[in-house]
Structures are given as C-alpha cells and as structure tokens.
Design a protein around this ligand. Structure first.
Ligand code: SF4
Length: 129
C-alpha cells in the first residue's frame, strides 16, 4: 500500500504536484497501515511529500513494523539521509527499502533546489550512507 503523507518538503521542485498545505494526520496513516496489515499487504510505501521531513516518521515506521509489514519503504529525496545518525534511527525503527529520487544532476539547479548547490551534495551523501 502506498501512503501519501503530504505536508512539507525540503525541496521545492517546480513540477511537484503534492498537496503541501497540510500533513496527512497520524490517525489517518495509522488506519491505512492497519488496513494494509489486515489484508496481508507485504509492503507499505511512505511517499510525498518528504517522509523524512516529518517529525513522527519514526513512529509511523515503528507502527508498520509492529503490524508485521515485511517491506517498509520510504520514497525520499535523500537529503536528510546524509545525517548518518538519523538514517540509523530510521533503519532501527524498521525502514528497510529506500527509493531515492534525484530530480536534478546539476548542482546549481535552483528550480528544484532553492538553496542551490549544497542540496545535491547532501542527496549524494545520503545515497552513500
Ligand atoms: S522532492 Fe518530491 S515532494 Fe519534494 S518538492 Fe520535489 S517532487 Fe515534491
């Protein structure tokens, strides 16, 4: 099951069509995980906006793990994965599959990365970890 978390992102891609005005509530995500578990889904995918940018992401991952979901996937831009301690926490919580989107190959692609070149470097660091 794919779960759209919506809410904020630390990128600002010009083509993004995710609703960033408000997060999907914790209780709504909880219901979706329960539904996935009840019907025997093997995989839960946390996606857009940016799962790692959400304060309760460790709890959400933990919930999926508690419900015995085999594959707990994050679709992420990978920026915050450059923080090794944070990545270790996410993995310890139960995330075991990462789909990392690199939306630009130019370091100065300000259309996607308003902060400029450091963003792509962070993403690549995240990939390395
Ligand atoms: S990284 Fe993904 S969620 Fe974030 S702005 Fe870009 S397309 Fe949207």
């Amino acid at each position: 099951m794919k779960i759209y978390l919506k809410g904020k992102c630390n990128n600002d891609c010009i083509f993004c069509d995710i609703d960033k005005k408000r997060d999907t509530l914790f209780s709504q995500v909880e219901k979706k995980i329960e539904k996935a578990s009840e019907r025997g889904d093997k995989r839960v995918v946390f996606t857009g906006a940016e799962p790692t940018f959400r304060e309760d992401i460790l709890d959400l991952i933990g919930l999926a793990k508690k419900k015995k979901i085999d594959i707990i996937q994050l679709n992420t831009n990978g920026r915050l994965l450059a923080d090794k301690k944070f990545t270790e926490k996410i993995i310890k919580a139960g995330a075991n599959y990462f789909k990392i989107s690199l939306h630009a190959i130019l370091q100065n692609c300000t259309i996607i990365f308003p902060e400029g070149e450091t963003v792509l470097i962070k993403q690549l660091e995240g990939l390395r970890i």
